[in-house]
Design a binder for this molecule. Structure first.
Ligand SMILES: Cc1cc2nc3c(=O)[nH]c(=O)nc-3n(C[C@H](O)[C@H](O)[C@H](O)COP(=O)(O)OP(=O)(O)OC[C@H]3O[C@@H](n4cnc5c(N)ncnc54)[C@H](O)[C@@H]3O)c2cc1C
Length: 445
């Protein structure tokens, strides 16, 4: 049995930035991470840097994107110093200084144009680091934390958490850790596991919405005018038929569609590399799903959609031309080959997305894309491809204080698994706030 003051679960952006905040304290802290160090990683989701290390590092430097501070009792302005600090860390460790979304006039014009079509455009400054560079940045930041004395136990998966009223016990395969404080940040890949643990402890969680949809891929020139204003522009709208929220997310100009393997199913995601550019751009197009009493378990619903889509795709992502979806027919190899570019994710099954996603979602997505065509002109052309399923799970929202402490004394949550972030910057912010909260509480005890 090893005793520490704090056990931190997960070394994604939330865990690493939380770790940084403990350096100046007297607390003994161990970070338990199921994956490997940055240079030895193969998994897209597990390992130092978390899912963030395998992203292309689009940092949304505004409290308006990636979370809602009011869900943990904060105001947007309070987050600005954290955002500056995070941006500074990325700059110091090799992230460069390429920003977009800085032209006030460009942003204003795009907002005006989007508004004309009932589309909300969310402006904000962004840093784009790129896939290769972000791994270097994570590696440099990790080495700094290790050099400064932060303890990491890698390839160490927490299996079970228990509480005796004073101390938490965290069981891993080889060791048990005991501590009065836990900061759980296992990301999206660990969210379901954490929820099960939280449930058995009695930690209060609420169900939130999930976003279900597709990756849209199309010739890069179509997005060029938007990219000049904001690299990863976020648009939101309400659909005609259902009045549901549809949004774009994670745009990758000249990027690649990738698989996001989770524990028992596989999703779709996308990234853009610094040196290796494709001829196409992709973004996630997502429809929000909220369930109401008596069936509120959005996680289970989302998981069953993912599994159904994986079944229909024969274990691979489903690929369909937008044109085929609109015309109510499946895509075949032959039909896909008529698109004048190679799909960037070649390991796919041409098929019919309407067989995999709920009808309401498919209607929302096609209507949403039609409307977006007014500002991303040409996005509904014959050469647009759709990959499914893309699902964003941040549906288990922990009931927390403004320091991200749950209803259990000393049990803190941060990052995407907490339900209070959905991106690198917000997960890092919540990690920092939770770590500061623990340090402050121990100072008072
Ligand atoms: C392909 C891809 C591209 C993306 N692109 C962007 C982007 O450009 N910009 C952006 O803002 N966001 C992006 N995201 C989202 C971003 O990566 C996440 O929002 C962010 O990484 C969440 O941080 P986190 O620390 O909460 O969790 P994670 O980064 O998921 O880290 C959690 C860590 O916990 C570990 N863990 C899980 N369970 C356990 C356990 N039981 N015991 C021990 N360790 C455990 C995992 O191994 C992992 O390392 C992308 C995601 C993907 C998959």
């Amino acid at each position: 049995m090893k005793e520490r003051d704090v056990v931190l679960i997960g070394a994604g952006p939330a865990g690493l930035f939380a770790g940084g905040k403990f350096l100046n304290s007297d607390l003994s802290v161990v970070v338990l991470e199921r994956g490997r160090p940055p240079k030895e990683r193969e998994s897209i989701t597990y390992g130092i840097g978390g899912a963030g290390a395998f992203s292309d590092g689009k940092l949304n430097l505004t409290p308006k994107i990636g979370g809602d501070p009011s869900t943990f009792g904060r105001k947007g302005e309070e987050l600005l110093p954290y955002i500056d600090e995070i941006d500074q860390v990325f700059a110091n460790y090799g992230g460069g200084s390429t920003y977009s979304g800085e032209s006030e006039e460009g942003l204003r014009e795009l907002k005006k144009k989007a508004g004309k079509y009932g589309i909300e455009f969310i402006p904000g400054k962004q840093r784009h680091i790129g896939t290769k560079k972000i791994r270097e940045v994570i590696n440099n930041f990790y080495n700094y934390l290790v050099d400064e004395g932060l303890e990491f136990a890698l390839e160490t998966k927490v299996e079970e958490i228990s509480y005796d009223g004073e101390y938490y016990e965290l069981k891993t395969e080889d060791e048990t850790y005991r501590a009065p404080y836990v900061l759980a940040a296992p990301g999206r890949s660990g969210a379901y596991w954490l929820r099960e643990q939280a449930k058995s402890l009695g930690v209060i969680t609420n169900y939130g919405p999930i976003d279900v949809g597709v990756r849209v891929e199309f010739p890069a020139e179509i997005y060029q005018p938007i990219e000049e204003v904001m690299y990863d522009a976020k648009f939101r709208l309400r659909t005609e038929t259902y009045d549901d929220l549809v949004r774009t997310f994670c745009t990758n100009p000249r990027g690649f569609v990738v698989k996001e393997p989770l524990e028992d199913f596989m999703l779709i995601n996308g990234h853009a590399e610094n040196s290796n550019k494709s001829d196409v751009t992709n973004f996630a197009l997502l429809s929000r799903i909220t369930l109401t009493d008596p069936v509120e378990d959005t996680t289970r619903y989302g998981r069953s959609i993912a599994k159904l889509a994986n079944t229909i795709g024969g274990g691979k992502p489903i690929l369909q031309r937008l044109k085929d979806l609109q015309n109510g027919r499946r895509s075949t190899e032959k039909r896909i080959s008529r698109v004048p570019y190679q799909p960037t994710l070649t390991d796919n099954t041409p098929g019919d997305i309407s067989m995999a996603l709920p009808d309401r979602v498919t209607v929302n997505l096609t209507e949403g894309l039609e409307r977006l065509n007014n500002i991303i002109e040409g996005v509904t052309s014959d050469n647009t491809l759709l990959y499914a399923p893309e699902i964003k799970f941040y549906d288990t929202k922990y009931q927390v204080t403004r320091d991200l402490e749950t209803n259990f004394d000393g049990f803190y949550v941060a990052g995407d698994a907490s339900g209070h972030s959905r991106g690198i910057v917000y997960s890092a912010i919540t990690g920092m706030i939770a770590a500061e909260g623990i340090v402050e509480e121990t100072n008072h005890n």
